[in-house]
Design a protein around this ligand. Structure first.
Ligand code: PEP
Ligand code: MN
Length: 336
């Protein structure tokens, strides 16, 4: 049974030694110890005087966790995530987050933001740090792209969701964004998960399922984020999961949207679950039907790529909806 101990920011140097002594662990390098950073220790031990550990000066929290992914499944945690504009993700009506695959220019991002807001989106998506399969493909505008997204927020009031590709991006992304995306290719980047989860800003995280990851592995990845929350002293999970398609033997579409993931995830966790039909479909005509299927299966909302001139998008052109296509899809979503 893992015992998790988080240390406060002003913990004295001897805190860790005293905790380890109480838990009967001879050294901080013991194989039963897992240090996520200097302030969050997991000790695998069947028992321990937890109430005494809690009294050690510098200990912020000490808990014994029961099962395999205890934090994501904790009953008492409400998973609803509230955005700065008041939009609530999880539990209620489905929400839609939309925008371009990549932020390309201030005018492109602002124009798309205006269009998706008018059609009913609650937040703007857009990549500034792009994970690209090819090292020769456009990789995003970096901080400049974040500035464009922030400008679109200023103009429309839409909160911004954008990806941190690496631990070194978390600070700058948290400075500009309202929600930090961790992409499919990074679902198993454990230091990134912990770093984003423990960021002092407490910014919500959108965690996408790895395209070759099981649901169990997604839940374990979520657990890293929530351990990060514990490290930062944040009680709410502020974590949204996203099914974006997995790799199967069938290659008719870019990926296979795992519609079964929605009821399974809803059963195992209280975290909101979004669907990304764009990356699953890989072709714009298939995006609306996959979106509807995901909502029918229990998704709490959608993450969709939209572009003013989709055929000329700098990335993921084939799967980006045009404004009219997006409006039609939104009508269908509302008419369910
Ligand atoms: C994206 O949302 O732009 C993206 C790269 O998605 P994924 O990580 O699911 O491929
Ligand atoms: Mn994309």
């Amino acid at each position: 049974m893992p015992i998790v101990v988080s240390f406060g920011p002003d913990a004295p140097a001897e805190t860790a030694a005293r905790v380890l002594e109480l838990l009967d662990i001879p050294s901080p390098e013991d194989r039963r110890c897992r240090w996520h950073d200097s302030g969050l220790l997991v000790v695998r031990s069947d028992s321990g005087p937890l109430d005494r550990v809690r009294q050690v000066a510098g200990v912020a929290r000490a808990v014994a966790l029961p099962d395999k992914h205890p934090l994501v499944s904790a009953e008492e945690r409400s998973g609803v995530v509230t955005l700065p504009n008041g939009a609530r993700i999880g539990g209620g009506a489905p929400v839609v987050i939309a925008g371009p695959c990549s932020a390309e220019s201030e005018s492109q991002v602002c124009e798309i933001a205006r269009i998706v807001k008018e059609a009913g989106a609650v937040a703007l998506r857009g990549g500034a740090f792009k994970p690209r399969t090819s090292p020769y493909a456009f990789g995003g505008l970096g901080e400049k792209g974040l500035e464009f997204l922030a400008r679109a927020r200023e103009k429309t009031g839409l909160p911004v969701v954008t990806e941190a590709l690496d631990t070194s991006h978390v600070d700058v992304v948290a400075r500009y964004a309202d929600m930090i995306q961790i992409g499919s290719r990074n679902m198993s980047n454990y230091p990134l998960l912990f770093k984003a989860g423990s960021h002092p800003s407490g910014k919500p995280i959108l965690l996408k399922r790895g395209f070759a990851a099981t649901i169990e592995e997604l839940l374990m990845a979520a657990e890293y984020v929530l351990l990060g929350r514990m490290r930062a002293g944040i009680d709410e999970p502020r974590l949204i999961l996203c099914e974006r398609g997995i790799r199967t033997f069938d290659d008719s579409l870019r990926f296979t949207l795992d519609v079964g993931a929605f009821p399974v995830l809803k059963e195992r966790t209280r975290l909101p679950v979004l669907a990304d039909p764009s990356h699953a479909a890989g072709a714009r005509r298939h995006v609306p039907p996959l979106a509807m299927a995901a909502l029918a299966a229990g998704a709490d909302g959608l993450l969709v790529e939209v572009h003013v001139d989709p055929d000329r998008a700098w990335s993921d052109a084939e799967q980006s909806l045009d404004p009219e296509g997006f409006r039609k899809m939104m009508e269908a979503v509302r008419g369910r």
